[in-house]
Ligand binder design. Structure first.
Ligand code: 13P
Ligand code: SF4
Length: 302
C-alpha cells in the first residue's frame, strides 16, 4: 500500500495531475485524492484547479461533467466501465414531447445523467443545489430528469410549481425501505436519521436531515448528537468517522453499496496516470450543448 501511494505521488508530480474523488469510492482512494467531495464540489473544483490532468475517481458522468467544464484539460477515468445506471434513465424523445406539450417548461437535469441528456436540458442541478435552483427558475412547469425521488423531494417544497416526473432512480438509495429506517430507529432511539434525497419519499419523510453526501457529513460533524443512522452509500462512513472519531454511525438496516463506485482502486489510479487512460472524449458539439446547462448551474448556485 505504501509503495502504491508513493508511486501515485510521483506520477502526479511528473504529469502535473490532480486527483479528485467522490465520497463513495473505496477509502484508500479517498485518502490519496487532492479533493474529495460531493458531486457539486467536484464539478466546481474542476473549473478551479490548475493542472493539466484531472483524474476523476468516480463514475463516468462525473468525468464527463469535469470535461464539459474544462475542455482544455485531460480528464481521466481510472475505471472507464464505472457507469451510473440512473444516468441513462431518461430519454431525449420524452424531453422533446414534454417541450411540445408545455409552453412554459424548464427541463431540469440532475448531474447524474449522460452528456446527451444534459445537452437536451435547460439547467443542471446536484442534490446540494436543486432546491435553490428550481426555486429561482422563472418557469411554471418543471420536467425533472432522471431521478424521481429527488424530483419529489424538491416538488414537495415548491408547491407553487407544476412538476412533471420521470421514472429514473438510483438502485442503491431506492432500495432503502421505510420499515428498515423504523427498525434502525427503534434499535438506536438516540440516533438522528440522515438521508440522501435519492431515497424514496417515505424514507426522506422520516429523516431528521436530508442532504447531499457533503451535507450529511457536515450535519453530523456540526451536530451535538452522538449517534446517527445514515441512509446513503457506505463510502461516506470513512469521512464521517475521520471527522468524528467519538461519534457512532449506523447503516439504515442493509448495507448500501454502489458497485460502480467500488470499481476504482489504487492500481487503477496508477495505471490511469501511467498510461493517461481512459480519457473522457466527447464531440465538440455535444460538449458545447452540455456546457450551457452546467454553467447555468454554477451561476445559479452561487
Ligand atoms: P452527491 O455527492 O452530490 O450527494 O451525489 C450522490 C450520488 O449519488 C453520486 O453518485
Ligand atoms: Fe449512480 Fe446511485 Fe451509484 Fe450514485 S450511488 S453512482 S446515483 S448508482
Amino acid at each position: 500500500m505504501e509503495a502504491k501511494i508513493r508511486k501515485i505521488q510521483e506520477l502526479k508530480k511528473e504529469k502535473n495531475a490532480v486527483i479528485m474523488a467522490h465520497y463513495y469510492v473505496p477509502d484508500e482512494v479517498q485518502d490519496i485524492a487532492d479533493y474529495v467531495g460531493d458531486s457539486y464540489y467536484l464539478s466546481e473544483m474542476a473549473t478551479k484547479v490548475d493542472a493539466e490532468i484531472i483524474v476523476l475517481c468516480g463514475v463516468s458522468f462525473m468525468g464527463e461533467s469535469a470535461k464539459i467544464l474544462n475542455t482544455e484539460k485531460k480528464v481521466l477515468l481510472p475505471a472507464a466501465d464505472a457507469d451510473c445506471p440512473m444516468a441513462h434513465m431518461a430519454d431525449t424523445e420524452r424531453i422533446a414531447e414534454v417541450r411540445e406539450e408545455y409552453e412554459d417548461v424548464a427541463v431540469v437535469c440532475y448531474v447524474n445523467s449522460t452528456a446527451e441528456l444534459k445537452a437536451a436540458s435547460d439547467v443542471c442541478v446536484t442534490s446540494s443545489n436543486a432546491l435553490k435552483i428550481v426555486k429561482a427558475l422563472p418557469n411554471q412547469n418543471i420536467f425533472f430528469i432522471p431521478d424521481q425521488n429527488l424530483a419529489h423531494y424538491i416538488a414537495d417544497q415548491i408547491p407553487e410549481k407544476n412538476f412533471i416526473f420521470n421514472d429514473g432512480f438510483c438502485h442503491v438509495h431506492h432500495n432503502v425501505r421505510k420499515d428498515q429506517i423504523l427498525a434502525a430507529r427503534e434499535a438506536k432511539p438516540e440516533a438522528l436519521v440522515l438521508v440522501h434525497p435519492e431515497c424514496r419519499p417515505e424514507v426522506t419523510e422520516l429523516a431528521d436531515y436530508v442532504g447531499s453526501t457533503s451535507g450529511i457529513i457536515n450535519y453530523a460533524t456540526e451536530s451535538d448528537a452522538k449517534e446517527f443512522i445514515i441512509s446513503t452509500e457506505m463510502g461516506v462512513f470513512h469521512e464521517l468517522q475521520k471527522r468524528n472519531p467519538d461519534k457512532k454511525f449506523y447503516t439504515a438496516g442493509n448495507v448500501q453499496i454502489c458497485p460502480n463506485m467500488k470499481k476504482i482502486s489504487l492500481d487503477k489510479v496508477i495505471a490511469s496516470l501511467e498510461n493517461e487512460e481512459t480519457q473522457v472524449e466527447m464531440d465538440a458539439e455535444l460538449i458545447h450543448e452540455a456546457h450551457a446547462p452546467m454553467k447555468r448551474m454554477l451561476e445559479l448556485s452561487k
